[in-house]
Write a protein that binds this ligand. Structure first.
Ligand code: ADP
Ligand code: MG
Length: 712
């Protein structure tokens, strides 16, 4: 692939570790790396077999440490380099050869050819197919851990001791077939992530003067002017400088309804251009596009462990020694105490060894979580880790911000009312100048309206600008101190009067938001703005209630009357108005006390503290908003509220699958524990069941990848 996977802030070195197939092996690896690199300085993901280490650790040391634990490591950049036929298919060839030798050996046994001949074939199969298992087993024993390689080796040696050569060989061959199938099926989740990346074009058409050149997309930098033809994918984030077109941003927002874009608007790498031709000025490097950022965060998410994962791992850590202890007892007690046939009880103990490996159990959880994360990314929902998926399950209360969340945030100025000698236009220009540095949606609306009326507020010199969250802004223009904001701000500025309050209320009565422009000598005017409830709000809230959100509230910084109008419109019974950012935090904490898990949905800029206080903070409009991307637990890339029911749905499904998987894996283990102690199970049955279980739980986990939420 390309460098885009390393975008973002994280510059850790990435290695691909070959052949970590099971959590018990992961344990060996971690033990080794904890001792050499230190547990704080690396992360490892079993699913992608990817190791990330701090950049100052030399490559050679990492590779040496890995080899010491029995694994092969390569830098990720090199991993995708073309490989020879043998490198790609070596494992399969070895396994096939071992399989063939096993069949020949078994046939020879069956035909009554002298045992020496059949055993020679079977031994060749065991050594040929199993030398890697042996090497790893040796490394594990040296690290004083028991992994599945040790268990398999013991099982095979035991089988040979009691003269079950063909079974020993069959166990190894089946084992190695299963490992290949497993790694094939888990790589589906990785390929799903990579397919997100694959959609950005590798080439771009750059304009230099009047001529057009084709260059590798990776060479584009900010300021480059690109030509994008109808139907082409956009290679980079940038601003349209010429042309207009409907752009399909599904790769980013998960919504394939084309969005009309014109001059001055932002387009994102990975989006599909519609019927217009566009000239775009690149605003980012290829590795720093929003899409690269998304992919990076999804990959990061995989490295963060969910609590359920840690629990499973803790269980697995005691499971193996426990089963092993039982196996020893089974082999020793019956022959010694009850003088039962040793060979038969040893065989039963060997079957136990095969099921002592908790692979299916351990792999099932990360496969499912990553499937859910990837499903989210495909639908424009960026989930920062499995922890959030798990946390969402316990969420029973959900709080929404009003402006820009329940409403579409497309504020429009509806009235400008002067309170002194100034004209409405003068008021508006002053307001726009003051707001030109604010990120608030209200600010954007005033700036836009002033521009629409043809005023150039950007020539005004604004000094001492301050943004007061939840209240408004203050600044100085031409030596005069101005403020612009709500009544609360007026009070603070000692400009409050009952008369002002009255005018203000007149405007807010019908659901408009009003802000007051004032200077040191009095209030100058009132500007009223309004936005619309998002068309899907009512339905989304309804769906969420059906999904079991017992408590839906609206938290607004706006005044009581506006809040009520919007809440009634949206069908929300409980709302709180006039909240400052830290009062929103308090409201969230209060909900947490009452309901346990609370999700907060907001815009990620002025709601950031409340998002952080919630069990799960969900930010809207992540595309083009890097702060939201960085800070929230979950980011909806687009503005579409109906991603929330999808998010809740996929999280619930994932957690349900995880429970099923644990049940399947443990159930089979218990069954085989009983069967093998009772003498009803054979070695190859045990290994088929065990690896069959792995494949079943992986397949089950992958279901989360294809989740669709009803009609959404
Ligand atoms: P909401 O919860 O509706 O998103 P905020 O907490 O962002 O509201 O803001 C609360 C109130 O503070 C707004 O309704 C507005 O009256 C005032 N306010 C906040 N920022 C600004 C600004 N930049 N300009 C003017 N008024 C503002
Ligand atoms: Mg807001």
């Amino acid at each position: 692939m390309n460098g885009a996977t390393q975008g973002g802030k994280d510059r850790r070195k990435q290695f691909v570790v070959s052949g970590v197939c099971c959590a018990t092996e992961e344990h060996v690896l971690r033990k080794r790396l904890d001792a050499t690199i230190g547990s704080q300085r690396y992360t490892f993901s079993l699913l992608s077999s990817e190791l990330r280490v701090d950049p100052d650790i030399p490559d050679a040391q990492v590779i040496r440490d890995l080899r010491g634990a029995g694994f092969q490591g390569r830098l990720k950049q090199e991993f995708h380099a073309p490989q020879s036929f043998l490198e790609r298919h070596g494992q399969a060839l070895w396994t096939a050869a071992a399989g063939l030798l096993t069949v020949i050996g078994m046939a020879a046994e069956w035909l009554g050819i002298p045992p020496l001949v059949s055993r020679a074939f079977l031994l060749a199969a065991i050594l040929g197919g199993g030398w890697q298992v042996l090497v790893k087993a040796f490394a594990a024993v040296r690290a004083r851990t028991l992994d599945m390689n040790v268990l398999m080796t013991l099982a095979v040696i035991g089988a040979l001791l009691i003269d079950r050569w063909s079974e020993g060989a069959a166990v190894l061959v089946l084992f190695s077939v299963a490992l290949m199938l497993e790694s094939y099926s888990t790589s589906r989740t990785r390929r799903a992530i990579e397919s997100l990346l694959a959609i950005t074009p590798q080439q771009a058409n750059i304009l230099r003067g009047s001529s057009e050149h084709t260059i590798p997309a990776a060479d584009i930098g900010p300021g480059d002017i690109l030509r994008i033809r109808p139907g082409e994918r956009i290679p980079i984030d940038g601003i349209i400088v010429e042309g207009e077109s409907a752009v399909d941003q599904a790769a980013i927002t998960g919504e394939s309804i084309p969005v009309e874009k014109k001059r001055g608007e932002t387009v994102y790498a990975g989006s599909l251009n519609g019927r217009g031709s566009l000239t775009v000025e690149a605003s980012k490097n290829y590795e720093e596009t929003t899409l690269a950022h998304i992919i990076h965060l999804v990959e990061e998410a995989e490295h963060k462990r969910a609590p359920v994962q840690s629990q499973v791992d803790r269980f697995a850590a005691v499971y193996t020694p426990a089963v092993l202890a039982v196996a020893v007892l089974v082999a020793v007690i019956p022959p010694l105490l009850f003088s039962l046939p040793f060979e038969e009880w040893l065989y039963r103990a060997l079957v136990l060894l095969v099921i002592a490996c908790p692979c299916a159990l351990v792999i099932s959880t990360p496969v499912t979580l990553v499937s859910a994360l990837t499903n989210g990314a495909r639908h424009g929902i960026l989930i920062k880790g499995g922890k959030q998926v798990e946390a969402l399950e316990s969420v029973r209360a959900i709080a929404f911000d009003k402006t820009g969340t329940l409403t579409d945030g497309r504020m429009r100025v509806t009235d400008v009312i002067p309170l002194d000698h100034r004209s409405p236009d003068e008021i508006l220009v002053l307001a726009a100048a003051l707001e030109s540095r604010s990120e608030h949606l209200l600010a954007a609306a005033m700036v836009e309206e002033s521009a629409r009326r043809g005023f150039a507020h950007d020539t005004v010199v604004v000094e001492a600008f301050a943004s007061l969250p939840g209240r408004g802004v203050t600044a100085t223009i031409d030596g005069v101190h101005y403020f612009l904001g709500n009544l609360e701000l007026c009070r603070e500025q000692q400009m409050y009067s009952p008369e002002l309050h009255h005018r203000f209320e007149e405007l807010t009565g019908d659901g408009k938001t009003a802000v007051i422009l004032g200077a040191s000598d009095g209030a100058l005017g009132i500007i009223a703005l309004r936005d619309q409830l998002r068309p899907q709000s009512r339905e989304v809230l309804h769906t969420l209630r059906k999904q079991g959100m017992r408590h839906v509230v609206m938290l607004s910084g706006d005044n009581e009357r506006v809040a009520r109008a919007i809440a009634e419109d949206a069908g929300i019974e409980v709302w709180k108005a006039g909240l400052l950012p830290d009062q929103k935090v308090e409201a969230v904490l209060q909900l947490k006390k009452e309901y346990g898990g609370v999700a907060m949905v907001g815009d990620g800029i002025n709601d950031a503290p409340a998002l952080a206080a919630a069990t799960v903070g969900i930010a809207m409009g992540g595309a083009g908003n890097d702060t939201a991307l960085e800070t929230a637990d979950i980011v909806l890339m687009g503005d579409n509220l109906n991603r929330i029911p999808h998010l809740v749905g996929v999280s619930r499904l994932a957690m349900r699958i995880i429970r099923q998987n644990i049940l399947i894996a443990l159930g089979l283990k218990v069954l085989f524990l009983i069967l093998s102690i009772g003498g009803f199970a054979t070695l190859w049955m045990a290994i088929l069941a065990d690896d069959g279980a792995s494949l079943v739980v992986i397949a089950n986990g992958l279901r989360a990848l294809g989740f669709r939420n009803g009609k959404y």
